[in-house]
Design a protein around this ligand. Sequence first.
Ligand SMILES: Cc1cc2nc3c(=O)[nH]c(=O)nc-3n(C[C@H](O)[C@H](O)[C@H](O)COP(=O)(O)O)c2cc1C
Length: 260
Amino acid sequence: MDVSGVRAFVFSGAGTTRAVAERFACGCGVPHEVVDVTPQGAQVPMFEPGDLAVFAVPSYGGRVPAPMVERISRCVGGDTPAVLLVTYGNRAVDDTFLELADLVRKRGFVPVAAGAVVAHHSLMVNVAEGRPDEKDLGVVDSLAHEVMAKLFAAADVRAAELADVPGNRPYRDFGGVPFRPEADPAACTSCGTCAAQCPTGAIVAANPRETNAELCVSCMRCVAACPAGARKIGGGAALAAARAAFAVRCAARQESYLLL
Ligand SMILES: Cc1cc2nc3c(=O)[nH]c(=O)nc-3n(C[C@H](O)[C@H](O)[C@H](O)COP(=O)(O)O)c2cc1C
């Protein structure tokens, strides 16, 4: 079957998943578009015949980030082949692939390949520093070449369908982390960039110095986006202790891998 273009649909708080999706899309060798749907209310792309769809997410607690579940529920495929790309911070992806496959199948997509890519942990920042590295990016490049070859050789999308998607049902429970970004009132200019970029409406433009802890998913988008560098994760000693424990628990190098 022919692929005339790649349309990647990305949730990315700190930006690594977006960079990985761009690397993958470039490697496919056909025209591509990478659509970042992280901000709340982002338009979802229209998928067309001949498209290869890419759904790219970071693993959060071994699951698909909750805001991306809503974004995917607005996508419409028509037996569109889909690649599942998951970045993770050197712990594990747990049920992220299975949940993502279930979500996209319900919307008319057919998973044909998947890739797990180790990336710098956006919260536990002393874990997986410098990842993805050259070896990880080699896996991303291989995935691009191999999925295009697989589709080219397949008579139809069903012939290319991913046979086994790892994960368990019910999915792993994940209720979020107890650390939220906060604004430094001395540095914040109330420009509203963080509110515009927030995936959940946890920050409102009228008062960007407050973060609604119920809505915040700790994605770090506001920290990455703030032009004044005024936002950083709160948590003080508790965060420092969690980071130290996590660094010990996740010290062993995990690898990126692909599923075809
Ligand atoms: C709330 C939250 C939960 C996370 N949970 C996991 C996890 O369960 N396993 C893991 O290996 N990494 C986990 N991570 C790390 C991210 O998956 C990783 O840093 C990812 O590359 C971030 O992508 P981004 O830069 O596009 O936001 C978590 C990060 C956050 C912010």
